[in-house]
Every structure is written in C-alpha cells, then in structure tokens.
Design a protein around this ligand. Sequence first.
Ligand SMILES: [Zn+2]
Length: 374
Amino acid sequence: MWFADDSSAGGRVQRLRAWWDILRQKGPAYGYAANAEKSVLVVKAGHLTEAEDAFAGTGVHITTDGHRFLGAALGSTEFVQSYVSQKANGWKDEIVSLAKIAETQPQAAYAAFTQGLKHRWSFLCRVMECAAENLGPLEDTITNVLIPALCGKPVNSRERRVLAFPCREGGLGLVDPTTLGDQFRASAAITSALVRKILDQDTQIGHVLDLVRSTKREVASRTRTSTAQAAKEFILTQNTDIQLCVGLAAEKGASAWLTCRPLKAHGFALSKGEFRDGLALRYGWPPAHLPSICPCGASFTVAHALSCSLGGFPSLRHNEVRDVTAGLLKRVANNVTTEPHLQPVTGEAFRYRSAITDPQARLDIAASGVWGSP
Ligand SMILES: [Zn+2]
C-alpha cells in the first residue's frame, strides 16, 4: 500500500522480507530509495525472534510495541492508548493557550477552535477506534478553561450539553471530544470499498471513488439527522426558557454571526463585549455589566431594557424597521421620505376613532408611485 511516498505492507514475516528486498531492488529505478533507518517492523511478541532473524543486517527497526502510521498508531493496546494520551496532552496545552487569547479576543479564539483546532482530534477519532474514549482530560480542559474564557462565565453541565450542539441546532459547535466515537465507524463505512480494493490488490479504483463519495454523503446526512434528533430530545427535557432560547438560536440565519470568519475588513469582527453579549442574549444569560436598576425604578433586565420607554430601545427598534423599509422602497418608488408631516386636518370626519388628528401628525414613511405612475 502506498500513501504519497510512504510505502507499507502487512503479512507474515518471510513475505515481508521478500517485499522489502523487492522494494530495495526496484525502488531506485523510480527515484525511490527505501530508508531502513526510517522503516519500522511491528510484530507480535511471539514473532520477535523470527523477525529479528529474517531482517538481520537490514537496519530496519523491529518493535513489539507499535508505531505511528499515517496519523494514527498501530500496535499493542498500551502503545495505542499512550499515543492517544500524548496527543491529548499536547492539545490540552493548546486549549490553555487558546483560553488565554479568548480572555481578550473571544470571537477569534472561538473561530480558531471551531474552524481549525477541533478537526485535529476529530481526525484522530476517525482513524482510531479507541481515541474518543481516551479524550476525557481534553474535554475537561475545554469545559473548565476554554468555555469560561469564551463566555465570560463558567457553564453548568446542562449548558455544556447545549453548547456542544451544532450551531444550526442552537448550540455553538463546541463538540465534546469524548462523544466522537461514531466517527471511526463512519470512516470505516466510507472507506470500506477502498479497503476491499487494497486487500484484493486491485488497482482499478475509478468507480469505487464514486461509491466512496455517495457513502460519505449518506453518512453525513444520517449523522445530521441523528444529531438533530438527539438535540431536540434533550431540549424537550429542559425548562421552557431554555427551550425558547435554543429554539430561536436554531432559526435559519440566527447563527450566521457565529459561523462566519471574524474578518475585520467585512465588519464581521466583534469586540469581547459584543461577542459575550451576543452569547448572553442567545442563551438568556444576564449580560455582564448591566445596571441593576432602570431610571424608571424597575429592575434592569434584558426584557425590561427592550420595552422601557425611558431607555430608548423601543424607538431605536422602530427607527431600524422604518429605515430598512424606506431603504427597500427607494429601490422601487420615487420620492421616498421618512417622518413627513400629514396635511393639517380642517374639519374632516374619520371613520376610525384612532385616527390621529393632531396638526403635528407624521407618517413613518411616504413613497410616491408604488402602485401607479408618480
Ligand atoms: Zn425602565
């Protein structure tokens, strides 16, 4: 089997020795010089002596523990587990560094995690069956160090579960690495046709690639459905406030600010306050640094701030809707004005008593020529 310029083979010791000799003999004609120093033979303990005899004088390293192979580890259970722990420890250190960045730049740290870092361990979980179950310490670091730095507050186990959902299900895509066990089975299903070809030593792989692609699509769609199902079932067991928040966060477009790249040039970069306030509003957490009492005397909650006429939010909201509507009308109508005065009332009678007859009465928006010529 070849992956780029890495060659490998599995089988009985004598056959492997024959393969090694052919590789050394025919390789140079193709510009390939097999390097014994960098080659490793992994054997079961009972075959060690036979392997040492067969490969005597070749310079190939022989081990009964195991070795790294294409980003995964092959060998004894202890070796494989220690390989995963070693990887996880490295990633834990990276999470701690990322959490330091998250203290001042939570949006950048969040993007680095969801769009880059987490793919490292999802790769390991794809290629090694036992990886996910050995990533508990990594998950602890994500929950106890990174998430508090991103959100500006620690989260409880229920909130942690919600944040692990994909953004489209109302979460943040901060996946718990220990739940990635299915990735190995998915990868095995996707690559099974290729594995068959390798075992049969069949080099005609054209139509198999189509099969791999279609299996990949099927597996992805099944995973999406089951993740959505699990998220919905969990949310149904929670109180109505959480159900409402997560339901709204799962609406189409409600997570675009989280899944985009935080590019300053496009106005997508958020300050630490903006990012954490966004998360607080998404999950119904009280935003940090709010005054406790409104000038009107009521306690200053988010709901109160949005409805109290003293705070100015209702008119801001009104003006936003007015200006967006006026902006759209300008594309199709002439003479669009906002807040124009109405003609003064000089004794007219109105059918509706709610009609405003004040001489200062104004419209929100006026546009000429929407329905006919101006
Ligand atoms: Zn108020």
